[in-house]
Design a protein around this ligand. Sequence first.
Ligand code: SAH
Length: 342
Amino acid sequence: MKDLSSLQLSELQEYIASLDEPAYRAKQIYGWIMKGVGFDGMSNVPKKLIEKITDNGGYIRTANIKKKFVSKDGTIKYLMELFDGELIESVIMSYKHGYTICISTEAGCPMGCAFCASTLGGLKRRLYPSEMLSQIAQAQLDINNRVDGIVLMGIGEPLDNYDNVIKFLKIVGSPDSFNIGYRHISLSTCGVVDKIYDLAKEDLPITLSISLHASTDEQRSAMMPINKRWNIEQLLTACSDYFKTTGRRISFEYSLASGKNDSPNDAHKLISVLKKYCKDMPLHVNLIPINATGRGFSSPEKDNIYTFASILNNAHITATVRRTLGSDINASCGQLRSGEKK
Ligand code: SAH
């Protein structure tokens, strides 16, 4: 059995050569796969060859749009179904300069963050590279347009599915497939520290986002169990190493939850911890008003959010407040999938 849709072009070329077929067939088939077209629709590929491939155990794995929700602000959320019935979510956000897609990397999530809907029910399984690529292909077909940015911020922890995510990144940036520039790709992690060191060595100039969300270990461990495995000092030291190795700036995500981590004192503690461990790098914090998912966390008042941001900005830490896109369609990750399961 071979998942042809998780291959780089060179690998598909080897496979086609192993079937004694001419090399140009690999290019044709690869082009179709990346467009989201299955064997049935490959109009310039002989039926005989497709039969030979399938008899040989070759197959294409896709993510299929099961439901679609369109927000007033243009954000589109897809519930996609995988070959084994697992459900994932992808979101298309439209900006002035084009479309960005938020994709899932796992069905469910093992990380257990206390505020997040994606982790309810735990991890079902990790996604194959083909299933990450297919989310993009299917969304592009649906919007009839090209996506030019990707955020790995959907369901799942990308660094918990490390090898498949790296393979996906290598394929998606290649001119043979989606040709999406690495500078337009962001990977977000809750802080799988050993993999941050590995990622730094991959030579992929993507943007790393760190879900920090707290400024003390006590506070962070209560929100994010991963902090008991690697604490803030270990996480921020890995970030500093990542910057030294790659020269790529890191974006820190901080979800603000009323009464939990949103006081001026929390802002000052955040400043000192960032300046302590990451003093040699440009500091950027993205503030996300927490999306209430019925798990005891609620968004602060607007004033508190802007006060928090201005304290950071006054300390020369660039703080931006994330626009909440698609709130009328439950566009935050995990909400649709968990709703569907009930
Ligand atoms: N597992 C990765 C990728 C998920 S990205 C990570 O943890 O970074 C999704 C981002 O949204 C993360 O920063 C996550 O902590 C945050 N998030 C999850 N649930 C949220 C909620 N209810 N409100 C606001 N942010 C949330």
